[in-house]
Design a protein around this ligand. Sequence first.
Ligand code: PLP
Length: 454
Amino acid sequence: QLSNSLAAADLATSLHPYTDARALEETGPIIIARGEGIHVWDTAGNKYIEGLAGLWSVAVGFGETRLADAAHKQMSQLPYYHIFAAKAHEPSIRLAEKLVEITPEPLTRVFYTNSGSEANDTVVKLVWYMNNALGRPEKKKFLARNKGYHGITIASGSLTGLPNNHRDFDLPAIPVVHLTCPHFYRFGQEGETEAEFTARLLAELEAVIEREGAETIAAFIGEPLMGAGGVMVPPEGYWPGVEAICRKHDILLVSDEVINGFGRTGGRFGCETYGFTPDIMTVSKQITSSYMPLAAVLFTEEIYDAIADNSHKIGTFGHGYTASGHPVATAVALENLAILEERDLMGAANRLGPRLQEGLRQYADHPLVGEVRGAGLIAGIELVADKATRAPFAPIGRVGAQAAIFGHAEGLIFRAIGDTLALCPPLIVTEADIDQIVEKMGRALDRTAEWLAA
Ligand code: PLP
């Protein structure tokens, strides 16, 4: 009853992000009512394993009372204050200290936003402001990758390299060049080895810099392991190669760690897993396990100095949000990071990742599966119409969406990105949980195959 009336109210009032609205009118939403550990329950009483940790983010799982207590305590003491105009408060200061401590050494400064999109917008403005301050206003362009995901605001959506984020919104609206997606299975050429693929991508980067002129290029931005574009693992040697080229041409390197950050891929940050040191890093999601909205940009002292000098002489860095560094959000982040450290959850991907990756790889021979990929506790299974030619299904996404429905029926929530089935479970998963996820995924694959054959 509750379920039906809520669903009706939702259909009457809402527009959902990333949802086929007309299809939703037919099926109605799944309304999630509560969560505990790795599980959530809907209003009809169905129990699911949250195989994507919400949106790649609920690291400590659902129902962690320590985070609720931290929020309550902070709300009682100082529910809100800002950090504009020379004000500050303790939780945002303590969190900045913590972030500087756990991220790679050159990153010494923190700027807070509410979302990953805003963090990447902030990167654009930070870098533009800096280059204007340094008297090189022409150094504005960003390099990004096809299928990269950096958010959906006008600037971050421009950096994103996915067609549906551009086509319908007249983006990109900032100068950005998108390079080949570093996904060997899809973009490697006939007869090419992985090493040759890496070399080709690095040569492309050099050629683009040559064509555009290094003096016009501000920064290169990428996710160490690409998440929302379809869980794509970079080829061996790619990131150190990108880093060397950026250094040679005085191009800043930005690591978007909104999904990778805080232990998802094995290292504490994806840049550690894949062997490079960024000048700027963006983090969000697992920073609070998404119990509160929060994101941050970390950057070097050199960038800070250029901005600080200019802000003193010419004009302050005119950028910031009402809720930048929100005390409740930063207090929750601090408690969340304490939990990650106490339980060594940033080491979970190293301990348990192999079980997930090997478990899922048993489906590599499944008739629908083109590639099983991933690292640590993030994985993707790409479904194809033809295993030999790797031909995708047409239209892309129909089979993936159906697989997700079978997943729900099996009690497992995962995300279908086109026809790639993405898994990114909470970092608190146990070996037994992983075995269940793998088993349920197998049944969802079999049911999808039967449905296709019918
Ligand atoms: N960057 C990456 C790598 C992401 O995965 C996302 C969201 O999934 C974003 C940025 C945007 O973050 P938000 O949705 O908080 O704006």
